[in-house]
Design a protein around this ligand. Structure first.
Ligand code: FES
Ligand code: FES
Length: 153
């Protein structure tokens, strides 16, 4: 089955099996490695990407479902280098192993698109679907708050 879509501002297509997830298609066929393969059942959020501007778990979407869609991964957000959000993560030491970081950044990016000054509770809610085994979450929330306090710069 052949599908075409926009991936990080480029038109792409792929030949996929009916049961192939978007996560595996991105990583194995398209060489896009920022979405990580964690639980593969929608629990951990490491595979989070933007699909038509909405953060979704790419392990729960079939590749054959994205015909005509616009997909953005962390690679797409970084076309001009580290984003302000990534810099805030670095400043706050908001990751250790880093496995959760791409998904966290994508989920926080979606939040900030819709709410430019979220409070701590709103950030926690927006990131609730993304698990981190290393940091205890506080530095991640602090990184987003830090960016908000600095006017998104
Ligand atoms: S790998 Fe998709 S939610 Fe865990
Ligand atoms: S930094 Fe290791 S899982 Fe979050």
């Amino acid at each position: 089955m052949k599908v075409s879509f926009t991936l990080n501002s480029e038109t792409r297509w792929l030949e996929c099996q009916p049961n192939q997830t978007l996560l595996h298609a991105l990583r194995e066929q398209l060489g896009v490695k920022s979405p990580k393969c964690g639980c593969e059942r929608g629990d951990c959020g490491t595979c989070t990407i933007l699909l038509d501007g909405k953060s979704i778990k790419s392990c729960l979407v079939l590749a054959c479902e994205v015909e005509g869609c616009e997909i953005t991964t962390l690679e797409g957000l970084m076309q001009s280098g580290l984003t302000p959000l990534q810099k805030a993560f670095l400043d706050q030491n908001a990751f250790q192993c880093g496995f959760c970081a791409p998904g966290m950044v994508i989920a926080a990016t979606e939040l900030l698109e819709h709410n430019s000054s979220p409070n701590r509770g709103e950030i926690e809610e927006a990131l609730a679907g993304n698990l981190c085994r290393c940091t205890g979450y506080a530095p991640i929330i602090d990184a987003v708050l830090d960016l908000v306090d600095n006017g998104g710069k």
